[in-house]
Write a protein that binds this ligand. Structure first.
Ligand SMILES: Nc1ncnc2c1ncn2[C@@H]1O[C@H](COP(=O)(O)OP(=O)(O)O)[C@@H](O)[C@H]1O
Ligand SMILES: [Mg+2]
Length: 278
């Protein structure tokens, strides 16, 4: 299994759209693909599922997001199985790690889109998992087992789904943040793709990503040098590779003249050309 995250520091550049269409194209090629929606905004899940379907998934697991163990204890074994053995959000799946427990032996089923394409939906509450990551991050360097369990949870879950369902590729959609959730997602992926818009902000965004990746790689290298081999099982062997970028202007056609005007103004400004050349 290879895991690929789709990331850009900018919103609205087609991350979720590319995740969905790339995953769909892979599935049509007969490559078993899993999409994991790790953007708390959950647009990928909203693209892929009916509103009722996603609402039903979220509603039934609310108590587990508040306190997993307490919610589980309040249910009979049969009622817990009814919830656990239906598709659940990625936050529900990560919740035992967040709460300091080990994952359930069996993971919930994914939402199957077609025989070769499945989805684990996102959830707005993922910031709680992110808070836990930021608290545990420095402890993970010391090999503290609970901290390592949280930091490696996303990769471990991806690997477990790949083993049990035969997924060859796991595509992860992300939010535009450079916070610790994306740091952990991207540093624990095998590769990442950057969808871009052809504008100045995207240029700055890429520079920002480059700077952040330098820091992330330094942390990754330190962690790998400090941890004993036995604790590296759920970490990638090498730091994530940039697989490439795509450029697409999602602006409507009627905006094209204006976009061109702005682009020319930027060009003139950058090359110190007079305004009349516009
Ligand atoms: N290749 C494309 N062709 C047409 N529209 C696109 C394309 N990529 C993105 N869009 C549109 O651009 C908007 C933002 O895309 P989205 O994937 O939600 O961005 P992000 O996930 O980066 O925030 C959406 O309305 C989407 O339909
Ligand atoms: Mg998105």
């Amino acid at each position: 299994m290879k895991s690929i995250s789709i990331f850009n520091n900018k919103g609205g550049v087609g991350k979720s759209t590319l995740t969905y269409h790339l995953a769909y194209a892979l599935s049509e090629m007969g490559i078993k693909t899993l999409m994991i929606d790790l953007d708390p905004q959950s647009n990928l899940s909203l693209f892929a599922l009916d509103d009722e379907q996603i609402e039903d998934i979220w509603d039934k697991e609310d108590d587990f997001i508040d306190d997993y163990e307490k919610a589980k204890r309040s249910l009979s074994v049969t009622d817990f199985k009814a919830i656990h053995n239906s598709p659940r959000s990625i936050h529900y799946i990560l919740k035992p790690s967040e709460d300091g427990q080990s994952e359930e032996e069996e993971l919930p089923p994914c939402v199957d889109i077609n025989p070769y394409l499945s989805l684990i939906p996102g959830r707005l509450t993922l910031h709680l998992f992110e808070n836990k990551l930021s608290k545990q991050w420095s402890e993970a360097f010391l090999g503290e087992p609970q901290a390592l369990r949280v930091v490696t949870a996303i990769r471990r879950v991806s690997q477990k789904y790949a083993e049990t369902h035969g997924f060859q590729i796991v595509l992860i959609d992300t939010s535009p943040s450079l916070g610790i959730l994306n740091k952990v997602i991207i540093s624990n992926s095998d590769g990442f793709l950057i969808p871009c818009a052809p504008d100045m902000f995207s240029g700055y965004g890429i520079k920002n990503i480059g700077n952040a990746l330098g820091v992330w790689k330094r942390d990754f290298d330190i962690m790998m040098s400090l941890l004993p081999e036995s604790k590296k099982e759920n970490l990638p062997k090498e730091f994530v590779k940039l697989l490439g970028y795509t450029i697409y202007n999602a602006k409507k056609r009627e905006d094209a003249a204006n976009t061109l005007k702005i682009a020319k103004a930027h060009y003139n400004w950058a090359h110190k050309l007079p305004e009349k050349n516009n």
